[in-house]
Design a protein around this ligand. Structure first.
Ligand SMILES: NC(=O)C[C@H](N)C(=O)O
Length: 325
């Protein structure tokens, strides 16, 4: 029997075309994917919702929360076997992770997108969408958390990241690899995320800033963040999570103001940790009260801190929440 899939569109290149006069890739008034319904019905019964039509750099955490609310409400009213979301690829990993942290369901939720718009040669949109629908129909996809399906691979939301500006194989999970792959005939899951996290939120009033460190960084940028009264700060540190000595005092000031400071690495791979005891070394920052975490990238650590700061019941200890992942 055909499965029931909820398909939610949010925009992105998968819903755009190249304007022949200007050569620019632009959003369509009518989503080109709506013309593809017949192709999709071969794989599942599809119910469609046009949530947004946004290039993904226009997505905000508020849109992500709206999307989460749509999904929660739909899953209460209908017995869907899976949910597929089309999304721009620039911030797709952020929406995927936000939904992963804030929706508690075993129903598969799959995000997909395209690197080439609907009328470009080698357009990958409809191909990825069909693959995502096939994965959403799979029994093995249940209970795996939010997944990203692109270019014949299945990735867990916490690990996946966009690695190339334009290559169709852009989505990779540097630490752990994909959790499954898709062939013409089959969907192969070969491992599962070991843990799931869930935070109940219904508002986003607290703000989190993220700063990337670099050789010779000066303190004034940090001080501007402190003056702007952000509620939390994520630092993309160097190597294992170290920072230039010039900013140590500013970090200390933030921590003394009770602003949680989470340190990740600007490295593509590996885990930031308090190892070095020199000025600005991770051990020193940890002793000052900076929070280290297990290998999520900066943009995801930022969302995780945002979600933690905006939790409904304040029961979550922020440092523990980061240490556990
Ligand atoms: N391939 C894409 O979808 C990129 C586009 N700029 C977006 O994120 O909306």
């Amino acid at each position: 029997m055909k499965k029931q899939i909820l398909l939610i569109h949010t925009g992105g290149t998968i819903s755009m075309h190249v304007n022949e006069e200007s050569g620019a890739v632009v959003p369509d008034v009518v989503n080109p994917l709506t013309k593809e319904s017949k192709k999709l019905e071969k794989f599942a019964h599809i119910s469609e919702i046009d949530a947004f039509n946004l290039p993904s750099p226009h997505m905000t955490p508020e849109h992500m929360l709206q999307l989460r609310n749509i999904i929660q409400a739909e899953l209460v009213v209908h017995e869907y076997d899976g949910v597929v979301i089309t999304h721009g690829t620039d911030t797709l990993e952020e929406t995927a992770y936000f939904l992963d942290l804030t929706i508690s369901t075993s129903v598969p939720i799959i995000l997909t997108g395209a690197m080439r718009s609907s009328n470009e040669i080698g357009s990958d949109g409809i191909y990825n969408l069909v693959a995502a629908i096939r994965v959403a129909c799979e029994d093995h996809a249940h209970g795996q958390g939010v997944l990203v399906v692109m270019n014949d691979e299945i990735h867990a939301a916490a690990n996946v990241t966009k690695t190339s500006t334009s290559n169709v194989a852009t989505f990779q999970s540097p630490q752990y690899g994909p959790i499954g792959l898709i062939t013409n005939k089959n969907i192969h899951f070969h491992h599962s995320p070991v843990m799931r996290e869930f935070v109940e939120i219904d508002h986003l009033t607290k703000r989190v800033a993220m700063l990337k460190t670099y050789a010779g960084m000066e303190a004034d940028i940090f001080d501007a963040v402190r003056l702007a009264k952000y509620d939390g700060v994520v630092i993309e540190g160097l190597g294992q999570g170290n920072v230039p000595p010039s900013i140590v005092e500013s970090v200390e000031n933030l921590i003394q103001d009770d602003v949680p400071v989470v340190v990740v690495s600007r490295c593509f791979n590996g885990i930031a940790q308090g190892v070095y005891g020199y000025v600005g070394g991770g051990k020193m920052l940890e002793d000052l009260g900076a929070i280290y975490t297990n290998g999520i990238n900066g943009q995801k650590a930022r969302l995780k801190l945002l979600v933690a700061l905006n939790q409904n019941d304040c029961s979550l200890n922020i440092a523990e929440f980061f240490h556990n992942n």
